[in-house]
Design a protein around this ligand. Structure first.
Ligand code: ASP
Ligand code: MG
Length: 401
């Protein structure tokens, strides 16, 4: 199967009937050029969100079989519609739900892990020159229960199928031309990247970029599948996510800037001292599945200080934990903040990056709440008002134009 290519189309690229028709047209042209596409689809844009909202209206915190059965249904609609559009063009195809395609997962509802794929059925279709159209995001347990793979999970479906079929490239089609040096809505001069390393892309997904689901990038690295992120309605090349040591743009230390508005800071005005409290606090937050991001704690001198950041969406759960621990009166919630990060594999081998980063913060007078670093990133939580100017100034400082 020389020309076999896995092509995943995201929600925005199948967001209307007109767009589905365009995808069908593109696929029939691919076919004429000798390619043999295997297609993975997301739900039409906004569809999964509205299914989730309906579920929440009926039963706010429920997660389990019924929830996954509901939220996975958007993909059933998009593959069926694309199938009709391909039929109309005389292209042999077969829409498959995850259970029909043999995508078996763990029973961890809403964040299931793919355990195996019985790839024979898909291979048999390809052999007969029938184009498989596979519903992304879904799986099925050994007991035949429907599961889902976490938000953005159709990327994972596409990478898992690429690895099961041993194809080396997986194309991810979206409504932007590729991965940018920063979000163009924030930094209008942001540029499309030619390529990024897997670790840079993982940091970007983790730090707020919505382009690729982080687990799909991890899997692509593990199974050596190159990802090509590109525009669904343009022919030009997009951004390649590949295995490489050097940074995104030649000679640059920093490859990209990421930001995330879904963050807030919980600051203790008075912290109960001792490590016991920290252990209780973070254990209880963990039990409630609160995603604690950056923690800053200093025990030097009295009183000790503690702040940490969480997604805005986890505030309610966090407040009930703080109440349970009887510390809800000791804290302030700082709401109008944003996380801004610089990322680059080049940072690991260059010094002075932190100095340049904080000089920018000094110049933009951003208010700084939390800082964390790794070998290839510096990440800070600052006041939301300063986000735009700080992003632009960092973009300039690190020569990303
Ligand atoms: N439709 C699912 C979601 O919105 C999966 C995906 O789009 O990849 O999260
Ligand atoms: Mg997506």
């Amino acid at each position: 199967m020389k020309s076999l290519i896995v092509k995943k189309f995201g929600g925005a690229s199948v967001g209307s009937i007109r767009k589905i028709e365009s995808i069908a047209q593109r696929l029939s042209e691919d076919r004429k050029r000798g390619e043999q596409p295997l297609v993975v689809l997301s739900a039409m844009s906004g569809y999964t969100d509205s299914l989730i909202q309906m579920a929440h209206k009926v039963h706010p915190h429920f997660q389990g079989e019924a929830y996954d059965m509901l939220v996975s249904s958007g993909e059933q609609i998009s593959i069926s519609l694309l199938s009709l559009a391909l039929e109309k063009r005389g292209l042999k195809n077969k829409p498959l739900l995850a259970h029909q395609a043999g995508i078996q997962t763990s029973a961890l509802f809403s964040k299931a892990h793919i355990e195996s794929i019985q790839i024979e059925k898909v291979k048999a279709l390809l052999k007969k020159k029938v184009m498989p159209l596979i519903a992304g995001f879904q799986g099925v347990t050994k007991q035949n229960e429907i599961t889902t793979l976490g938000r953005g999970g159709s990327d994972l479906t596409a990478v898992a199928l690429s690895s099961a079929l041993k194809v080396k490239t997986c194309e991810i089609y979206t409504d932007v031309p590729g991965v940018f040096t920063a979000d163009p809505r924030l930094v209008p001069k942001a540029k499309k990247q030619k390529s990024l390393s897997f670790s840079e892309m993982m940091e970007m997904s983790y730090l707020g970029s919505k382009v690729l689901q982080i687990r799909s990038v991890e899997m692509a690295l593990k199974y050596d599948v190159k990802l090509h992120v590109r525009h669904a309605f343009k022919k030009e090349e997009g951004t390649w996510i590949i295995n490489k040591k050097e940074g995104g743009m030649e000679g640059s230390v920093v490859s990209a800037i990421a930001h995330d508005l879904n963050t807030l800071v919980i600051k203790f005005n008075k912290t109960p001292s001792g490590v016991n409290f920290l252990s209780d606090l973070f254990t209880e937050l963990g039990k409630e599945a609160v995603f604690v991001d950056i923690i800053s704690q200093s025990a030097i001198g009295a009183p000790s200080r503690l702040s940490f950041s969480i997604p805005k969406t986890d505030l309610k759960k966090s407040l009930s934990v703080l109440k349970k621990l009887k510390v809800e009166k000791n804290i302030s919630v700082i709401n109008k903040v944003a996380k801004i990060s610089v990322i680059g594999v080049g940072m690991a081998s260059h010094s002075g990056v932190a100095g340049r980063f904080f000089s920018v913060i000094k110049k933009t007078k951003a208010r700084l709440y939390l800082v964390t670093t790794s070998e290839i990133k510096i990440s800070t939580v600052i006041d939301e008002k300063s986000l735009k100017k700080t992003a632009r100034a960092l973009h300039k400082e690190f020569n990303l134009y």
